[in-house]
Design a protein around this ligand. Structure first.
Ligand code: 6CS
Ligand code: FE
Length: 305
């Protein structure tokens, strides 16, 4: 049994319900004196819509990160961190790329990212999960509507909503190549889903998620006056995305991939407990056991020794 009360029960075979979020979206409202902080206006936008898009923020990172990821595809071949598309052998996701790439590891601690993350979370943070989503041309498959927090709570034991996902567009994300769809403002509500989590559900859900996917009727209520927005931008655009934002993405039937590098930062004051599903914790590449607070790096490019 989980050591603390489950304030966000889901997949407990009950009826699907919508309830209010029980936690702030922005924990740090005092303007910090560190560089690369978000303005109060940017924080307001993040709080209101649940995501923040910084257009063309890091264009210089795109080519070196893409080179690194091309290398990882070979170096990590056969590793458990690689997932293919549900109905082809095309690579869908590379998990935990920072463990195999010094550049990606350093980039996760870039002050332009980490200072903003700490500001939103109002605390130090650790890297709970990291992945490259490839969304290959023609063959990249959809992600249905879901809140990441729902999965992380049920399957990883993340107790509260105090985590933020940050992702960099590695290719142009357009209306046509399977961009992220979000429901602005949906992060203020929690959807408790039906069903019950089976053992090793992640092996299925990372290819095609079935649990933690709200029914159309619930989505209708959630959408209400909100509507769907697609998150598009040039390669080098950085996106901050609240852990409970309802999102998904369609198939990519275009002839260009929609690839992104994603980091999930969890507050060190929100470390996972026993998963609320009652099942064993998921593997290290989904919920990182290394929960030491991240320190910013001075430079992404260490001098050759
Ligand atoms: O399992 C995870 O951690 C993440 N992946 C998917 C497909 N859904 C939930 C969450 O975003
Ligand atoms: Fe997600």
């Amino acid at each position: 049994m989980a050591a603390i009360a489950d304030v966000y029960p889901s997949r407990v075979n009950g009826k699907e319900t919508l309830s209010p979020r029980l936690a702030p979206v922005v924990y740090g409202r005092v303007q910090p004196k560190v560089p690369h902080s978000l303005s109060q206006q940017e924080l307001d936008t993040f709080e209101r819509q649940g995501f923040l898009v910084m257009n063309d923020y890091m264009p210089e990172m795109v080519a070196p990160l893409k080179r690194e990821i091309t290398r990882l595809r070979d170096d990590m071949a056969g590793h458990e961190e690689l997932y293919t598309e549900p109905d082809s052998d095309e690579l869908r996701t590379i998990f935990k790329p920072f463990a195999y790439s010094d550049l990606i590891d350093r980039f996760s601690r870039d002050p332009r990212i980490l200072n903003k993350v700490r500001q939103i979370l109002g605390s130090d943070a650790y890297l709970m999960q990291s992945r490259v989503n490839i969304k290959p041309a023609f063959k990249g498959k959809s992600f249905p509507w879901h809140s990441d927090f729902e999965t992380w709570h049920v399957e990883d034991g993340m107790p509260r909503m105090r985590a933020v996902t940050v992702w960099l567009m590695l290719t142009d994300n357009t209306e046509h190549n399977g961009p992220l769809y979000v429901i602005p403002g949906s992060h203020h509500h929690y959807v408790s889903c039906e069903g019950s989590t089976g053992e090793k559900n992640y092996q299925q859900s990372l290819k095609k998620q079935m649990l933690g996917v709200p029914k159309p009727e619930t989505m209708e209520t959630l959408l209400d006056d909100k509507g769907v927005a697609s998150v598009t931008g040039k390669a080098g655009t950085l996106v901050f995305h609240d852990c409970n934002l309802m999102h998904g993405s369609p198939d990519n039937i275009a002839n260009d991939p929609r690839s992104i590098l994603m980091f999930v930062y969890n507050s060190v004051e929100n470390k996972p407990v026993t998963p609320f599903s009652g099942l064993p914790p998921r593997p290290h590449y989904l919920s990182n056991p290394d929960q030491r607070p991240l320190q910013t790096v001075e430079s992404l490019w260490p001098l050759a020794s």
